[in-house]
Every structure is written in structure tokens, then in C-alpha cells.
Ligand binder design. Structure first.
Ligand code: C5P
Length: 218
């Protein structure tokens, strides 16, 4: 079987990572969560109290830290496990500003392209099909209504025993989508050759099977 690159993009909380993990496991591919890379930088910037409006300082900080993600999807910042910490509200509310910095993106994209070089990857994010792997064999753009996405995230939080506010999640999602779609550098956008899947009334399993069907006919 030919080894492919599968790019999965879409707005916040559309189920990209859940679906990407299932598809990767089924194919024996590596899953790469690019959002976790931007989140880890954001976490570190907040920890160091660096002014996020000073893009030069943020870029310099990125060059000084190490970000690693292992096969179990555990995330490490300078060898410290930050898997949970990068999902905090503070990180979620600041990540889009950090991700809009052009030099941050070029460093991240370069790293992501190295990870995708040998194919056999499922990579999810916002600009994978448009900029990171523009020649990916399979490009998927996942969408769902804001209320459905907020509801899913809310239920996920409650299951984990986290404090969760549906209205706040809805607002965070809207705000993040707006910033990610309106930024100048590689905004969130469906690649022309991407397949759009509206998951509003689909189960995770159905979405994964639909993507796997495209893989089988490729
Ligand atoms: O995927 P996740 O929601 O964890 O991504 C967090 C944020 O990282 C996004 O809202 C976006 O601002 C940024 N991001 C990006 N490009 C990617 C992946 C994530 O700009 N490829």
C-alpha cells in the first residue's frame, strides 16, 4: 500500500483530533497534532509573562524552547509534561494571537514539514492542506455548527470532571474561529481540493469511516 499524507483542517472543536487519531491508528500512520505545538508555545509565553503583542520576543522565545510530542500524544516543554496544561482556558484564549505571528508560523510550518516528509501521517490543524502539506494525497475539511461543536466540547469536559460553561465555550469557539479565519498569514480556509465533511449530525465513527473510504479509493 502506498503511504499517504492525510491533512485534516477545520474550525475549533470540529472533532479533528479525535477523527485523526482513529484514522491514523487504523492505517498504522503517525498522528501529528499541530495545534498542540502552538498551544505549547502559548503556554510557555504566558508562564514567562512575555507580552504577546511583542512578536519579536515571542519568536525569540520559540527559538529557545523545545517542544516534543511522543507517540502517546504526551506533550513536553523542555522535557516537562504539559499535556494537560496546554488545554487550559488561558492558553485557549491566547493561542490564536500567538498563531497569527508570521515568523512563529514559518518556524512551526518548517518543523511540521519535516515530520510529514516521509508520508504515512495524519496531520490536523488549520493550514495543513493549504500550506504545510499542499501536496497531501487526501485533504479533509471538517465543519460542524457552532452549537454542536460547543455541545460536544462541553460534554467532553463534564465527562472528564472539569468545570465547564456551555456559553463560554460557544464564545471562545466563535472568537477563535474569527481570529483564525481573519489572520493575514495562512488563515483557516478550505483548500480548493479538500473534501468538506459536515459532521453536525454524524458520529465520530461515521466520519472516520468516510475518510478511510477516500483512502481506500486513492
Ligand atoms: O487544534 P487546536 O484547537 O488545538 O489549535 C489551537 C490553535 O492553534 C488554533 O485556534 C489556531 O489559532 C492555532 N493553529 C494554527 N494552525 C494550525 C493548528 C493550530 O494556527 N495548523
Amino acid at each position: 500500500n502506498k503511504k499517504l499524507a492525510i491533512a485534516i483542517d477545520g474550525p475549533a472543536a470540529a472533532g479533528k483530533s479525535t477523527v485523526a487519531k482513529i484514522v491514523a491508528k487504523k492505517l498504522g500512520y503517525v498522528y501529528i497534532d499541530t495545534g498542540a505545538m502552538y498551544r505549547t508555545l502559548t503556554y510557555s509565553v504566558l508562564q514567562h509573562k512575555i507580552d504577546i503583542s511583542k512578536s519579536k520576543a515571542v519568536v525569540q522565545h520559540l527559538e529557545e524552547i523545545s517542544i516534543d510530542i511522543n507517540a502517546q500524544q504526551e506533550v513536553f516543554l523542555n522535557s516537562k509534561n504539559v499535556t494537560e496544561a496546554i488545554r487550559s482556558d488561558a492558553v485557549t484564549q491566547n493561542v490564536s494571537a500567538i498563531a497569527s505571528i508570521a515568523d512563529v508560523r514559518s518556524i512551526m510550518v518548517q518543523r511540521q514539514q519535516i515530520l510529514a516528509k516521509n508520508r504515512a501521517v495524519v496531520m490536523d490543524g488549520r493550514d495543513i492542506g493549504t500550506h504545510v502539506i499542499p501536496d497531501a494525497e487526501i485533504k479533509i475539511f471538517l465543519i460542524a455548527s457552532v452549537s454542536e461543536r460547543a455541545k460536544r466540547r462541553h460534554e467532553e469536559n463534564e465527562k472528564k470532571g472539569f468545570l465547564s460553561n456551555l456559553e463560554q465555550i460557544k464564545n471562545d469557539i466563535k472568537q477563535r474561529d474569527k481570529m483564525d479565519s481573519e489572520r493575514k498569514v495562512s488563515p483557516l480556509k478550505k483548500a480548493e481540493d479538500a473534501i468538506e465533511i459536515d459532521t453536525t449530525s454524524m458520529s465520530i465513527q461515521e466520519v472516520a469511516e468516510k475518510i478511510l473510504a477516500f483512502v481506500n479509493t486513492n
